[in-house]
Design a binder for this molecule. Sequence first.
Ligand SMILES: [Zn+2]
Length: 461
Amino acid sequence: MPLLMHADHSSDDNYGCNHESSDLLLDENGFPLVEQDRQDAEEGSFAADFYRCGTDWSCLAREDMDSDRGRSRKLKQANLFQMWGLKKPRLHQDAAFPTPNRTNIPNPKPSSTSISNRPHVCPFYKKIPGTPFTVDAFRYGCVQGCSAYFLTHFHYDHYGGLTKGWSHGPIYCTPLTARLLTLCLSVNPLFINPLELDKEHSIQGIKVTLLEANHCPGAALIHFRLPDGKCCLHTGDFRSCKLMQTYPLLVNHQVNLLYLDTTYCNPRYKFPSKEDVLSFVVRVTNYYLKMQPKTLVVVGAYSIGKERVYLAISKSLGVKIFANASRRRILQSFDWPELSSSLCSDGKDTLLHVLPISSLRFETLKDYLKTYRKNYAAVLAFRPTGWTYSENIGNQLDLIRPISRGNVTIYGVPYSEHSSFTELQEFVQFLRPDKIIPTVNVGNATNRDRMQSYFRQWLKG
Ligand SMILES: [Zn+2]
């Protein structure tokens, strides 16, 4: 019985990268609407679970907004919407998407039918207060008042909605992400504004700096400095690391508002470091090759991300990496010479193959092995994802047991490109922001409460 739990998601992407559905519906607070929240919506609760916690939001409010400080919580929440330039939305009247023919409709008690008919609204946590900017908000069409659309990285749940026909406004991202937008989506280059990392750019009067996010190639943290000196940091998806605590911008400026990738904001998520997982993968590969020299090694991967897993095997064994033509095109666009020079175009030339993570099934791998039966007698496959974890394993990688069927063996390895719980804690305690807005797993009030209680504990004292 394997100790390691495998989450068998066929569409898979790591958890953080598929957390949003393209059919996202929002409650009146801008949170994704799920069944549990409908009662909240009906009661008109005003995201109080977020805002009653932590330090005072009004540090970000303009002078004229501060006059309401000390009044009821509800008034304070109304100010939040003002800060984002929104009126308090009603269930059938969305300030971000005003539809004249809806404005005179009375506001009935929501029912499941009325909720399902509501338009998709850009949630507040994708808007940067005090600016006309949104982050990773492409699936909502033209967002009213938004004059610059930032993209943190090229994973579908972040760029979803961006197509060849995009015309709603300028897009800002890293140069690598910009290349992928033209290469993979044929977005009109006139709308794409690549911003060099670690350099301060002035955009519509706001100072913007992109910082390496330690997620997938091209992923960035986005730092906004407003004219009044207030700073917001949007992490996009990221894996916090010690190096981030040396970023001059983060050392020198108080972050007032932190938009945090909370994919694994739960103490049960304890991952080993990426480096430890890479050496484990290399160790296992060597062991299997010793036992059966005719082993074909397969690494499952998404379109981008997890490159270091197959690169580590390639370097250790001195073998090339086979990937199909479309993946090679993407990998070659990274401007990563070590990776580009390791690729090869014929599967027969190397024992190391990269396949879509959805191919890591016994039947598929058995069939795949048949096409190489002249050279190989077994398959050793790695499925690298942060989802593959077990509390029993913790950091003890050697406790991981593979699943084998015949001559196919699959290892789930906890190689995460999102922060573990303790890494999130360290990052937050380093930044000590005035306020934290979680951006993942926010569709459920219990989760939001739990996350806010962690934030409070971390920032105590
Ligand atoms: Zn991602």
